[in-house]
Design a protein around this ligand. Sequence first.
Ligand code: TC6
Length: 697
Amino acid sequence: MTSPVTPSPVTSRRSGDIAVVIIDNPPVNALGHKVRAGLATELAALEADATVAAVVLACAGRTFVAGADITEFGKPLEPPGLHEVIAQIGRMTKPVVAAIHGTALGGGLELALGCHYRVAVATAQFGLPEVKLGILPGAGGTQRLPRVLGVIPALEIMTTGDFIGADKALAGGLIQRILPDLDQAAVDFAREIAAARPLPLIEASDGKLAEARANPGLIDEFARSIARRSRGFRAPGAIIDCVKAALAKPFADGLAYERERFMELVQSPESAAQRYAFFAEREAGKVPGLPSDTPVRPIRRAAVIGAGTMGGGIAMNFANAGIPVTLIETGAEALERGLKTIRANYEATAKRGGITPADAEARFARITGSLKLEDAAEADIVTEAVFEEMGLKKDLFGKLDRIVRADAILATNTSTLDVNEIAAATSRPERVLGTHYFSPANVMKLLEIVRGTATAPDVLATAMAMARKLKKVPVVVGVCYGFVGNRMLHRRASQVESLLLEGASPAELDQALLDFGFPMGPCAMADLAGIDVGWRIRQGLGIRDEVSDRLYEAGRLGQKTGAGFFRYEPGNRAPIPDPAVDAIIAAAAAAKGIDRRSIPQDEILARLLYPMVNEAAHILEEGIASRASDIDIVWFYGYGWPVYRGGPMYWADHIGLETIRAGLQKMTDRLSDARLKPAPLLARLAAEGRGFLGPKA
Ligand code: TC6
């Protein structure tokens, strides 16, 4: 009996004297061990075959190689390494042509860069997105790309992880030709260059490095320009170091340096967290109980009710995705104001070079203002973004129910109200759900999709597909006050208040979270959102915050009035500590008889973050979130949680749930605040020595 042999994911076929090597490793042709081994074997055979004049390297399925197999990182490397396969191509005596469709990413692009020629179809895209996984292109990318495109364009691509299209790749010399197809045309190209010698290898020429050597300050200037967005991340700095090495060292030494830095990053906790985040995001797209073949209805036309800040931003999302949208308001003045803001937004983006002026115009043209609810009649989805008041929303949904088609979806952007109650105001609760956007709605990537008890599977699936079309990251959540993100945020906000009263300053609180990696601290954030916003919510709930309410009463409404928790110079958003606020806090503390003390930063951090983790445990236990990793995604994309720390759940697992439980118990006892009592799920997992994400994160 013969043992079953799994077929190699790498095969080749012949077209006369041209050999076509095909990588077939679904879903994205990642360069796992079998692919690397298959390539090494196949290329060696073709090199030895005198009847082969040239080799085309192509991929089956939807894309060229989209990178190394990320699941293999952190495990011992099974030879051959990708760098060895690429070196093997470099030693070949016949040309190898990479034929690219879909996305050539990471190790995939590095493989192509190691070939003698690169051709692609017009829709192909190219990128080195390793930085998003906390690593760097470790198979020659940092040494070859600057030689082809020039140092600064290469650094842009490697430090952002952004893709470029075939046109740009052709103009920069990254590919030699755009072809109509990769079957015959790629073979024809290979035949055309088969006899050309010497074989062109990127490393053989210094290419565009000379330009950068003549201007040595360029790289440091670039490093300064990305300092803000790369704060806390290790990979961007290492990428810059590697490019410096490309300038200073011979190619082989540059490669060795790159390898060393790659190994250092791939073993770092930051990269482990970022790789976790990559898979967590993909996991969030799979909704438990929602089969992947659930029918999805096309969204051809949308309507948004309410032309305020949220409504306007939501309408822009549809317009940006090419979906015509009717923006409906009750008063002409409010509508005019909303449309004016949208136009100004588009013009500002065009001015910054984000889109062309013609594109800005085309996007704006997809938004039609209206004062009649009846104009929502043709929409496939209507999104309500009116004032946060149940009566108003129920009345509106009742009316919409009578206006829109029977199969249309009715979505509410409520951030606090009961989606089931809103749905019950219609005759079609199964076609109602929440789509909770984050402000600014046209920028923030998170979309909490709130599944009502009656929401039909096809409605949920359609909302998920729509979110992706709008370039959002959707996370399905259940109905409760504040859903996942804001419900946790409220826990943090109440600690902000207590910490201020107990002795911390707004600047100290903000610094603790800035140092942790958040882009902004809670006090500066409140100033940006408006102190009046929180005040209004508390009024609705009938609760009082000692400090924030005093700020409101003093007319300190945040950035817009030049003063809130901090003061602001005109035209400058930098928060400046204000003794007047210290006095307000001191008075509030005195009124409550609190003896203020200085609070160390680690205590501040624990006080701000542990209660959030605790609330998340309740959220998980109640089934509001289906998995711990979904909660992490909410925090990455909705609140700027530093991805290199892996989200609140991942972070908690790494701190140790017993540490968090014990910390919360201490807080509960000391502050006599029952809301801080360790959640049953947290206590149980801690007792069992487990984490939210399983035995080990
Ligand atoms: C690198 O190359 C380093 C080199 C140095 C060498 C020394 N590995 O995103 P989708 C899976 S680092 C393993 O939903 P899309 C993914 O998990 C790498 N698996 O599809 C999902 O699996 P599921 C540099 C991978 O069409 C399925 O494929 N490359 C990998 O929306 C479909 O993925 C990157 O960082 C992988 N490399 O987008 C590119 N990639 O179905 C990472 C995907 O079981 N990938 N999977 O859930 C992407 O950006 C996108 O996947 C995409 C396709 C644009 C290729």
